[in-house]
Design a protein around this ligand. Structure first.
Ligand SMILES: C[S@@+](CC[C@H](N)C(=O)[O-])C[C@H]1O[C@@H](n2cnc3c(N)ncnc32)[C@H](O)[C@@H]1O
Length: 260
């Protein structure tokens, strides 16, 4: 269901991204970088590192950015349409990124112990975050690091209207949400998209995120909370909309931080 919805939306999504960023191809051809500062700070120097970007979409903005920061990038997405669009964009930019169709929950086409960095975004599209975390762990080299950017689940239960915050969803009883997909915020900016395709989003609590990372064998090194300063939502602006996690796969038989 998710793949069908994204396949239908991606030509519009990529077109809107290119419309929003005139000079998109030139920007990346000239070495441009468009990932949040906090992500760059958490990841540190990526030059010469093998990085897997999961859920790259057709514009592959972050994948091109990591490449321009010096990483050797492989990027994947569940949608074959997204991957086709990403390859076309890469050709125009002169990028050497390798693109693959893969479900983030298994990463089946990706071999074990390959990457220094796994970059993952937005768990709301993934049904089984525990299985997903095991896939992140599997493809990382020993000592490799996960950078995960996702929504703060507590704050995502709130809604701001008329100068007040209300609890819109029950944090403890939050089943999958089935709805008709009208695109992402970028589609809203341009008046929406009426593909009229069913899609589903999944809610993962803070405990689920932490336990999935820990149970997979990844050691959390740092977590940073951020929120866009959005004049339209002055109350929500005071809360952390996003969380960025840095976690590391243990070296064989050695605990991270242990003296050898
Ligand atoms: C909102 S876009 C995010 C794109 C980009 N990472 C960003 O942060 O702007 C979500 C992407 O996740 C992809 N996606 C959804 N479910 C997925 C899954 N199970 N495995 C891999 N990719 C998935 C969609 O095709 C889409 O490209």
């Amino acid at each position: 269901m998710s793949r069908k919805a994204w396949d239908a939306y991606h030509p519009h999504y990529t077109a809107l991204k290119l419309k929003k960023c005139p000079g998109f191809h030139q920007f990346f051809e000239d070495g441009g970088v468009d990932v949040a500062d906090v992500e760059i700070e958490l990841t540190g120097d990526v030059s010469g590192k093998k990085l897997l970007d999961i859920c790259c979409a057709g514009d592959a903005t972050q994948a091109f950015s990591w490449e321009n920061l010096g990483a050797e990038v492989v990027a994947c997405d569940i949608s074959p349409v997204a991957i086709e669009l990403a390859k076309r964009n890469a050709e125009k930019i002169g990028s050497r990124i390798e693109f693959k169709v893969a479900d983030a929950q298994k990463l089946a086409p990706i071999a074990d112990n390959q990457f220094d960095i796994v970059y993952a975004t937005y768990t709301c599209w993934l049904e089984d975050i525990y299985q997903t975390a095991r896939a992140w762990h599997r493809v990382l080299k020993p000592g490799g690091r996960l950078l995960l950017l996702t929504h703060n689940p507590v704050v995502s239960c709130l809604q701001e209207a008329d100068g007040a915050l209300t609890v819109e969803r029950n944090y403890f009883d939050n089943p999958p949400e089935y709805y008709n997909f009208t695109g992402t915020p970028i589609a809203d900016e341009y008046g929406g998209w009426n593909g009229n395709v069913p899609i589903v989003e999944f809610f993962h609590s803070l405990a689920d995120v932490i336990n999935a990372i820990a149970e997979a064998g990844l050691c959390i090194k740092k977590m940073v909370e951020t929120g866009p300063q959005d004049a339209e939502f002055p109350l929500l602006s005071q809360l952390p909309k996003y969380m960025a996690w840095l976690a590391q796969k243990e070296m064989h038989g050695v605990q991270i931080g242990e003296k050898t």
